[in-house]
Design a protein around this ligand. Structure first.
Ligand code: NAD
Length: 451
């Protein structure tokens, strides 16, 4: 599977895992990053049974969807649960929020390391009563706060499900499987919205992209190379694209996973056309496009030249927008296709020295918001990941103090691996995620930045 990302040395992490470091940490109460549970084919999906609670419309369908897992209905003393899953769709008033306290308070110490908390609610704006809307919105503060309290690599998420979702709630399955698995290791404190559409489970959950053609831009190295690896692992036929100057690294990525390489500068005026012609000739079209190519050209705005400004806006924002529009207009991105953009927590919080980058990555979120309803007519979904601190060449270039702070200022107390971003993208790419569109999911270990 994906090689460990090439990041800079993790000074605090190495210290805290040494004998004197661990001793000092326990004496002084220093934060101790846990080793996160990550997906490995064939390993159990969870480190223990699922404790399922709540009395809303989703509890019984979810029990059926979790037939591969051991599910318990009541808390047993001494058991460590792999996940606490709570159907909060029945919470329709402020008083009813007490159900959260009743279920979670006694169970909080019974969650296994790298365990999962998942709360299922109903999209607040669509519930139809003022009291229920208030109560459903409250779930967000609850799940994010739980994320900040959990230790040892455990995470907490909220899934808002459209009130018109079918009785079997099949559209929720890919989201639930992703969140319970090690694939969501570095996703924490997130809210995912699932639409009303039903989904069909793939023939194999280990090869959900079998038969799909996927394009990944900026795939010569870093996050893009790992996305390509994960897509190949999941059964996709992969086209990896990068600038001509990155040709050698691009060939290495391609050869390693049996992908096809395409030298392509995404800012070229004919980039969409070249990609469309290439993919149509070789593979008959495209099912999945990931706009991962991205650059930073940091400077305080007062010192920034026009070149730094425009190159970042062009690569990170204008190119993905132009290429998606071109592929859709030509019908090369097939019906039921997937568009996945790469934003950043800097696009949510802003960042000193990154007015260009922050604007481009916030614009990416705007692209998801604006294009999601338009693409829905063709059954195409569009979503984005917003990575936080990920161990790559990009973050290795950050000065050491800022870098250590970047790692520690999160609930999981560490940087993420490129595979964490790639797994989230693969979840969006899955055919079973057809009810998942218009989301921006942070892959940041619940970073304090932009929280
Ligand atoms: P990276 O610099 O390691 O890789 C980026 C790749 O994009 C390179 O191979 C580069 O050659 C390619 N590229 C640049 N301009 C291109 C162009 N015009 N056409 C085609 N390819 C081009 O970066 P990374 O850390 O792997 O980041 C990947 C994406 O994730 C970027 O969009 C970045 O903004 C985003 N991101 C990264 C982090 C992080 O912590 N590393 C955090 C937030 C967001």
């Amino acid at each position: 599977m994906a090689a460990k990302s090439k990041g800079a040395p993790n000074l605090y992490g190495s210290f805290i895992h040494s004998a004197p470091g661990a001793f000092l940490a326990s004496k002084l109460g220093l934060p101790q990053p846990a080793e996160l549970r990550r997906y490995k084919a064939g390993e159990p999906a969870l480190p223990g049974p699922v404790l399922l609670g709540g009395k809303g419309r989703l509890a019984e369908p979810v029990r059926a969807l979790l037939s591969d897992y051991t599910v318990a209905d009541s808390l047993a003393s001494g058991t460590k649960y792999g996940a606490l899953v709570f159907d909060a769709t029945g919470i329709d008033s402020i008083d009813a929020l007490a159900q959260l306290f009743e279920f979670f308070q006694p169970a909080m110490r019974s969650l296994a390391p790298s365990g999962r908390v998942v709360v299922l609610g109903t999209t607040p704006e669509l519930v139809g009563s003022v009291d229920a809307q208030i109560a459903q919105r409250a779930l967000e503060g609850f799940t994010r706060s739980v994320g900040k309290e959990l230790l040892r690599g455990a995470t907490s998420q909220l899934v808002y499900v459209h009130p018109d979702a079918g009785a079997a709630a099949t559209g929720v399955e890919s989201t639930l499987r992703f969140l319970l698995s090690g694939k969501s290791a570095f996703v924490d404190g997130q809210v995912i919205r699932v639409g009303a559409a039903d989904s069909v489970a793939p023939a194999s959950w280990d090869k959900p992209l079998a038969g799909k053609v996927a394009v990944v831009t900026g795939a010569a190295r870093g996050i893009g190379a790992t996305i390509a690896e994960v897509f190949a692992r999941d059964g996709a036929t992969v086209i990896v694209a990068d600038i001509p100057a990155a040709g050698e690294a691009l060939s290495d990525t391609a050869n390693k996973i049996g992908a096809t390489a395409l030298a392509l500068d995404v800012t070229a005026p004919d980039a969409a056309e070249r990609l469309a012609d290439f993919a149509t000739e070789r593979f008959g079209g495209i099912d999945i496009v990931v706009h991962n190519a991205g650059i930073t050209r940091d400077k305080l705005l007062a010192n920034m030249d026009e070149g730094r400004w425009s190159s970042v806006i062009n690569v990170n924002l204008a190119a993905p927008h132009r290429i998606t529009s071109g592929l859709v207009a030509k019908g090369v991105l097939k019906e039921g296709g997937r568009v996945i953009d790469v934003s950043s927590i800097a696009g949510i919080a802003g960042n000193r020295g990154q007015t260009n980058y922050g604007a481009s990555k916030a614009g990416v979120i705007g692209m998801v918001d604006a294009e999601s309803p338009l693409l829905a007519a063709k059954g195409i979904t569009i979503n984005a990941v917003a990575p936080g601190f990920i161990e790559t060449a990009m973050t290795a270039a950050i000065p050491v103090g800022t870098r250590e702070a970047g790692r520690l200022m999160s609930s999981l107390l560490q940087g993420g691996q490129t595979v964490d971003v790639a797994e989230t993208i693969a979840y969006f790419a899955s055919p079973a995620s057809n009810a998942v569109s218009g989301n921006v999911v942070r892959v940041c270990g619940q970073s304090l930045i932009g929280a």
